[in-house]
Design a binder for this molecule. Sequence first.
Ligand SMILES: O=C(O)CCC(=O)C(=O)O
Length: 273
Amino acid sequence: MIFLIKDNRRELTLKHKIAMIQLDIHYGDTQTNYTRASTFIDKAVKSGADIILLPELWTSGYDLTRLDEIADDQAKESIAFLQEQAKKYNVSLVGGSVAEKCDDGVRNTLLVVDSKGKLVHKYSKLHLFQLMDEHVYLEEGNDKTEFELDGTDSAGFICYDIRFPEWMRKSALNDAKVMYVVAEWPKLRIDHWRILLQARAIENQCYVIACNRSGSDPKNEFGGMSLIIDPWGEVVAEGGLEEEIVIGEVDFSLVEEVRKRIPVFGDRREERY
Ligand SMILES: O=C(O)CCC(=O)C(=O)O
């Protein structure tokens, strides 16, 4: 079943072409990262994508000791960039996360902008990853994960969050049908990345769309392998190790179909958990 809503600028549909940009982030070099991201967004649009993802901390990388200098005040510059790109190309952007300078410290903040250029969601990473010193330099967030994008109930997560099934389950219970993940996941544990994402898709019977960076920084080599996994757990698209745009087609109506096939949500016995 295809659900169509007429819109002045486009038809909103449950079928989408998704592009995940496996950016090789230039360490601490925000201007280069903006320039390169816009080149990749242009290419993704030319290949027909209508929802585009960027990875975690894509403007700065993990240059945490220089956050005073390079973190984005209230994420204003990154939001303006994403809004401009969204309007220019009429595409939605799950715009990765950026180091956001807040009044009480710096947060790792995911930004989502719809195709009209409206900021529809901001989520600061809840689970700070100690192996990369996030707990030393960053404040944890206090936001909800759910939002609506192009008429579909969705949720957004950042990297380490995928190790917390209870956190993602909460979003599924709050109606999310699509879970977007942005990451800087190291190559060393890339097997965990794939298995965890597949498990989150199967147990929550939802799409998982996950964009990871490529390349390396002074401390880590990153694993790429961005993934689109459907609610049955099938891999729809998968990236390699290198910088590239990974593209896949989705049909969000599959979520209801799978949830009917195995009624996991109706069979939960919450009172016993
Ligand atoms: O959990 C992991 O192994 C990787 C997490 C991570 O790299 C992050 O949250 O930035």
